[in-house]
Design a protein around this ligand. Structure first.
Ligand code: C5P
Length: 228
């Protein structure tokens, strides 16, 4: 049986991947399925937390027993996160968020051009939601970010994670190797968790649900464990 150690806690999870529209029928997106984020939401709910899931274009069904808010773009995700975060004890930003969006969205389908064999797209930077959230957070709130990276070398992956957590300012960063066949869309995952000081606090490997529970153990133990 799962311990109900998150009873009375409020947990906000983002999952999936944002899509940035180019025109009414096309978008720039990523291959995040939302499985790890959904597993985190389900694990937190099973442990007694009141969970809100902000779901961006999931490839898996929305979980039951969790309040879900569906979003499409990064700006929509930002609006939803901003509205929901204030009341959360724990925020887990598992969604893969587009760093850029098309500078213009065409109101009708972009036509194939006969005068050129190339087409240029101009992109504009999206706000860094995690960074803003971490900067403005209430003192008691724990914020966990994710870093999906393609580096093969463990040391390089870790260094990248350390740089990222210091830029973002969150409490923990879950470093997740992704690639053509790893991380996104698979049923299992391997992650390293580091803290704000850049120290490795633990790792997890296995089904996305078991990885979810381990992540909750790591970030929960530090903040709320009654015996430490
Ligand atoms: O910088 P990078 O995209 O690798 O950072 C990943 C983490 O930051 C994830 O937790 C993701 O949800 C979050 N993020 C964000 N806003 C962005 C880009 C990423 O909140 N514009």
């Amino acid at each position: 049986a799962v311990t109900r150690d998150l009873t009375g806690r409020s947990v906000l999870v983002t999952a999936g991947g944002t899509r940035e529209p180019l025109d009414p029928v096309r978008f720039i997106g990523n291959r995040s399925s939302g499985k790890q984020g959904v597993a985190l939401a389900m694990a937190a709910a099973a442990r007694g937390a009141a969970v809100t899931l902000i779901a961006a274009n999931l490839e898996v069904p929305l979980p039951s027993g969790v309040r879900c808010v569906q979003v499409g773009t990064t700006l929509e995700l930002q609006t939803a996160v901003t509205a929901e975060a204030a009341s959360a004890d724990l925020v887990i930003m598992a969604a893969a968020v587009a760093d850029y969006r098309p500078a213009e969205t065409a109101q009708s389908k972009i036509k194939k051009r006969s005068d050129s064999s190339t087409l240029e797209l101009r992109l504009e930077e999206n706000p860094d939601i995690l960074r803003g959230l971490s900067h403005d957070r209430p003192r008691e709130q724990t914020i966990v970010g994710f870093a999906a990276e393609t580096e093969q070398d463990d040391a390089a992956l870790f260094e990248l994670g350390r740089g990222k957590i210091s830029r973002k300012g969150c409490d923990y960063l879950v470093i997740n190797r992704v690639g053509w066949t790893e991380g996104f869309a698979t049923d299992s995952n391997t992650v390293i968790v580091i803290n704000g000081g850049g120290d490795r606090v633990g790792e997890a490997s296995g089904s996305k649900l078991s990885v979810a529970h381990r992540i909750l153990d790591l970030v929960f133990a530090a903040r709320w464990h009654p015996f430490i």
